[in-house]
Write a protein that binds this ligand. Structure first.
Ligand code: CU
Length: 170
């Protein structure tokens, strides 16, 4: 059991450690400029810095961290740009996931079922939320851009370990 917890923690950092290094989003402080004071955060689309998918996601997507740090407690938001046919196999997270679809078609199947013909197609403007630990899988039709907000620490656990692109050693 302890090993499972340790592995999960390790995966958290493996998955999102990249994000810290990539965050270049401008943070505009108030006139006082206090380092730790809460402040607003604005980001135009042209200012978003895209990187490769983190190891916990299948290769091929681009990911941008917009806010927060998925590896730490607290709210974070990431944007994902996925190619046609991009699939994330059945998985779950320790915290609730909130999705906004910006373009393309995000086909999500909630629960333990595997019949993707029963997936719900979400298109631009759609929103979905699912509670912590709810199983889900998805496939994108056409280039699809979506945004994920959740509370960290955030982990992706694949129901079938063979689907895990990190391929953790047994
Ligand atoms: Cu998910």
């Amino acid at each position: 059991m302890k090993r499972v917890v340790t592995t999960a923690l390790a995966l958290t950092f493996a998955l999102f450690g990249w994000a810290l290094a990539r965050e270049k989003a401008p943070s505009r402080k108030g006139a006082a400029g206090a380092a730790k004071a809460p402040t607003h955060h604005v980001l135009n689309a042209s200012e978003i810095t895209w990187g490769e998918a983190p190891p916990g996601l299948p290769a091929g997507s681009k990911v941008a961290l917009l806010q927060g740090d998925p590896g730490k407690p607290g709210m974070f938001t990431v944007r994902v740009k996925a190619p046609d046919g991009y699939r994330v196999a059945k998985h779950w997270h320790p915290t609730a996931e909130h999705l906004t679809i910006l373009s393309g078609s995000f086909n999500v199947l909630m629960g333990d079922g595997t019949d993707m013909s029963k997936a719900t197609a979400l298109t631009a403007g759609a929103f979905a939320t699912m509670p912590a630990k709810m199983r889900h899988e998805l496939v994108c039709r056409g280039e699809t851009e979506f945004q994920v907000s959740a509370m960290g620490p955030f982990v992706i656990t694949y129901v079938n370990p063979a689907d895990d692109p990190r391929k953790p050693s047994p």
